[in-house]
Ligand binder design. Structure first.
Ligand code: NAD
Length: 358
């Protein structure tokens, strides 16, 4: 018997095609009478469409969400919330938009209805990362967990294939680390394995046919399962490295996850037998780190940090910062091997189970 603690977070999830049509009913269910619609400048047409759909309760639109939730953007949106006497949030977009929604909820306790359009997974977590004066800090608090999430497969069709793959590998990372998290448990492991398998089933098809509904549906379903995993599991080496690289070198979020994940899995593989077995089942065979690397490569997405603009002289600084305050990790962090990992990820080496064994 393996003793464990299982925590389930309260949120209502609607999943399907055309589910965005239920947004009015769901806002009513939350009791909101005057909502603010949040999105990015790039998705303002989506916000416009949805504002027509909820015209009776539309209080304002703010389409200024950007990556890493900068405080000044949150303050601008908060001003509108106060001026217009907003009593609910309707966020449509990826992790950046959802981050803004959470930042407002943290400060106002307003209910959130979130419609994710990428696979990043923020919608199912009580985690909020915010940036002030260029420094990103992350906190976990139940106050930011969205009350209602509408997954609509149709809204993911416009996400380009390359972005879809890196975003889904971001999701895969949540599940992979849940498999070997210090607080893993059988229920999380089950969701993690099913989530990764669903992503791996959908992604190769999306790479060739981005409008394939079946593949989009598997991928969004997998992303949801992986997001649930991140919601209650502790993060380890992979997430630590991505936070360091994103924060210190301003590297793009999803692409960085896609590059680091195969290396983090390979690094931990000597001590994570059960997790590797689950990954083999989910990914259809041996060489799991290489399979994830190949997935990224086949989508023509970057496989080397240098291609994201990280300078070579940043390698030592990244290793130093990651070592200064590491997250709990199944395998102790050995400085020389960590450096090798960052060098390999920087230059785009395809990792395997022997890459980080002396
Ligand atoms: P993003 O939200 O920044 O989106 C990237 C771009 O794609 C944006 O311009 C967006 O408008 C556009 N886009 C989104 N969906 C689209 C669609 N369906 N079609 C066309 N364009 C679309 O990217 P992301 O990777 O989803 O989010 C990254 C952010 O989320 C980071 O700040 C990261 O820290 C955060 N994040 C937080 C958590 C958490 O639990 N707190 C989890 C994952 C990610």
């Amino acid at each position: 018997m393996i003793p464990f603690v299982y925590e389930s977070l309260p949120s209502r999830v609607i999943f399907g095609r055309g589910t965005v049509g239920q947004v009015g009913v769901e806002i009513e269910r939350l009791g909101a009478k005057r909502v603010i619609i949040l999105t990015t400048a790039e998705q303002s047409a989506e916000a416009e469409r949805i504002s027509r759909q909820v015209s009776g309760v539309h209080g304002a639109t703010f389409n200024g969400a950007v990556m890493h939730t900068p405080l000044e953007v949150t303050n601008r949106a908060l001003q509108i919330v106060q001026q217009r006497k907003i009593d609910g949030i309707l966020a449509i977009g990826g992790g950046s938009t959802i981050g803004l929604s959470k930042a407002i909820a943290l400060r106002t306790d307003l209910p959130q209805l979130v419609i994710p359009t990428t696979y990043a997974g923020s919608e199912m977590t009580p985690i909020l990362g915010q940036t002030e004066n260029g420094i990103k800090t992350t906190q976990r608090t139940a106050k930011v967990l969205p009350e209602t999430v509408i997954y609509d497969v149709d809204l993911t069709l416009s996400l380009p294939a390359k972005m879809s793959v890196v975003s889904a590998i971001n999701a895969m990372a949540h599940a992979a680390e849940a498999l070997y998290a210090t607080n893993t448990n059988p229920v999380l492991s089950m969701m993690a394995e099913a989530g990764i398998a669903a992503l791996y089933r959908g992604l190769p098809i999306i790479t060739k046919s981005p409008e394939n509904i079946e593949a989009r549906s598997h991928t969004l379903y997998g992303a949801w399962l992986c997001a649930v995993c991140l919601g209650t599991s502790n993060m380890a080496l992979h997430h630590k490295l991505c936070h360091v690289l994103g924060g210190s070198f301003n590297l793009p979020h999803a692409e960085t996850h896609a590059i680091i994940l195969p290396h983090a899995i390979a690094y931990n593989s000597p001590v994570t037998r059960d997790a590797i077995a689950a990954l083999k089942r989910a990914l259809g065979g041996e060489g799991v780190a290489g399979r994830i690397f190949d997935l990224t490569q086949s989508a023509n997405a970057p496989t080397a940090l240098r291609d994201l603009g990280m300078p070579e002289n940043g390698i030592d600084r990244a290793a130093e910062i990651a070592l200064a305050s590491p997250y709990a990790n199944p395998r102790p962090i050995e400085p020389a091997l960590l450096r090798r990992l960052i060098v390999n990820a920087w230059s785009g080496v395809r990792p395997d189970h022997s890459s980080y064994v002396d």
